[in-house]
Design a protein around this ligand. Structure first.
Ligand code: HEC
Length: 480
């Protein structure tokens, strides 16, 4: 409530986060899985004195560092920017709850980057033992940073019985943490194997023997990864809070996604087994690219899937989707949504000083005395603070499309009963008068039914004269 709004037109903020975060995850998973792969394969190559394998691993390390350290770091910072702008309250809460966790995360991150550079740039200059150790320092610190981030993001999904007094570790070990660590470690190994196929199919196209060796070994990592993903996924689902399960059940798009995720996992596993593992000759650039795309689709869908179970919260049971602490809601309902936030109040003060009472608070009754055009403008401000985190005006989950053909009564009913209309939504957090203004704004945008679909329905468009304040009385007794 105490932060300025940020509207990402057409896309909505969470979708922007999802976009940046998913791109980041593709690379950060490789950073973890690839680290384990490089450390263990380098140890193997030193043990067998296999110089051509060592030479290959060296060239793979450069590819690895360029992608993970450069691209991964930029997109990682990108996540901080987007979450900070879109969900300042949730970001602030996560920073405060996990101060020490973030400190650890940064220490391991520095360790990760330093050891990655030493591993590559000191190749051949360090003895095998020291070189292997540096590789393992990288692998372990990258994995620990995965564990730390997973603990923090898992907490967002299910805070269990956590309360602020219980402190950081109680928050960290939430019911979702372990299943997600397993699933993500698996996904990291799986993603790493896809990058290895991609790189090896081009780099080793003239060296069949080495390509086969690299391919079969990478396939083993990939199959181990796919198994962990499945086990972690099942455990995750079993531990999901009921609201998360219901959110999956209720959304038809998510049901389709569930099927896609499982189908893609089976396809990837069989392709690994019958492809690179049994028939390494399959590893051609075309196969590797196709495989990579399937892997990205499966991981991307899995991430979207995980995120979707979070609504209506940003932090489960703590911060709701429009950046309001749960404990703030009763006060907002009582004294008004616009009155409750620094920025909404400043907006009203600057544009509509007449609606304030002597004590400097917004008098909701006075809102209805504003000219109609201004009521719509105030309604727009309410939309921008209360709804824009999940709905765009036009575009993703567009409020215009969702209310197509609706009458103002229908719009008002849903607004006053947001959480009942859809448990994905937080409860309505304003006064009835504010709900009227928001209704007026949405009705001013609403589209009529598509031509030929009217069936005589009266839509918001057909009722320009509709008297809004009356409607509040009409709906009152019936609806609440
Ligand atoms: C935490 C996210 C979130 C917030 C905040 C939110 N909604 Fe929704 N809303 C949803 C979801 C999810 C749906 C289901 C439709 C979809 O997926 O696009 C939905 C559906 C709707 C529908 C269609 C309901 C139906 O039964 O067809 C309307 C109308 C609507 N929202 C209006 C609003 C308004 C107005 C606000 C602000 C006061 C708001 N929403 C705030 C997530 C949210």
């Amino acid at each position: 409530m105490h932060f300025p709004r940020w509207y990402v037109s057409n896309l909505t903020c969470p979708m922007l986060i999802a976009l940046v975060a998913t791109i980041h995850v593709f690379v950060s998973m490789y950073a973890v899985g690839g680290g384990i792969y490089l450390a263990s394969e380098t140890s193997y190559a030193y043990k067998c004195n296999n110089n051509s394998l060592l030479e290959y691993l060296r060239s793979h390390s450069l590819f690895f560092i360029l992608l993970t350290v450069v691209f991964g770091t930029i997109t990682g910072v990108g996540i901080w920017w987007t979450i900070g702008l879109t969900s300042p309250l949730a970001t602030e809460s996560l920073i405060h709850i996990f101060v020490f966790g973030w400190a650890m995360e940064y220490v391991f991150f520095v360790l990760e980057i330093t050891s990655a550079f030493i591993f590559y740039y000191y190749w051949g200059r360090l003895g095998p033992k020291v070189h292997k150790t540096v590789g393992w320092i990288y692998a372990v610190s990258a994995w620990i940073s995965l564990v730390l981030i997973t603990g923090i993001t898992a907490f967002q999904l299910d805070i269990g019985s956590w309360m602020p007094e219980k402190g950081m570790w109680a928050a960290f070990f939430s019911p979702q943490t372990f299943p997600q660590i397993i699933a993500r470690t698996g996904a990291s190994l799986l993603m790493a194997s896809l990058y290895i196929f991609l790189h090896a199919s081009v780099k080793l196209r003239h060296d069949t023997e080495l390509r086969f060796l690299v391919g079969t070994k990478a396939a083993k990592w990939g199959m181990a990864g796919a198994t962990l993903v499945t086990l972690g996924g099942i455990w995750w689902y079993a531990n999901l809070p009921q609201s998360g399960k219901d959110a999956l059940q209720a959304a038809s798009a998510l049901q389709v996604l569930t099927i896609i995720v499982f189908a893609a996992s089976i396809v990837v596993f069989s392709m690994l087994f019958f492809g690179p593992y049994r028939n390494p000759a399959w590893i051609t650039p075309g196969f590797a690219i196709l495989f990579f795309l399937i892997g990205i689709a499966a991981t991307g869908t899995g991430e979207v899937f995980r995120e979707s179970t979070r609504k209506p919260y940003i932090i489960y049971n703590y911060v709701v989707g429009n950046n309001v602490l749960i404990k703030e809601i009763p006060g907002l309902k009582q004294d008004g949504y616009l009155n409750g936030g620094i920025w909404t109040k400043a907006f009203m003060k600057a544009h509509y000083p007449g609606v304030f009472d002597e004590s400097g608070n917004i008098d909701s009754q006075k809102l209805l005395q504003l000219p109609k055009a201004d009521q719509i403008k105030v309604g727009r401000a309410i939309f921008q603070y209360h709804c824009n985190d999940c709905h765009s005006v036009r575009g993703f989950s567009s409020v215009i499309e969702l209310t197509r053909g609706w009458t103002p009564q229908m719009i008002s009913t849903v607004i006053l009963n947001l959480d009942a209309a859809h448990f994905f939504m937080p409860p309505w957090q304003g006064t009835e008068q504010e709900a009227d203004l928001l209704t007026r704004y949405i009705a001013s945008l609403s589209l009529a039914h598509p031509p030929g679909m009217e069936f005589g329905a009266a839509s918001a468009h057909d009722l320009p004269q509709y008297s809004f304040p009356d409607m509040t009385h009409a709906t009152k007794g019936v609806l609440r």
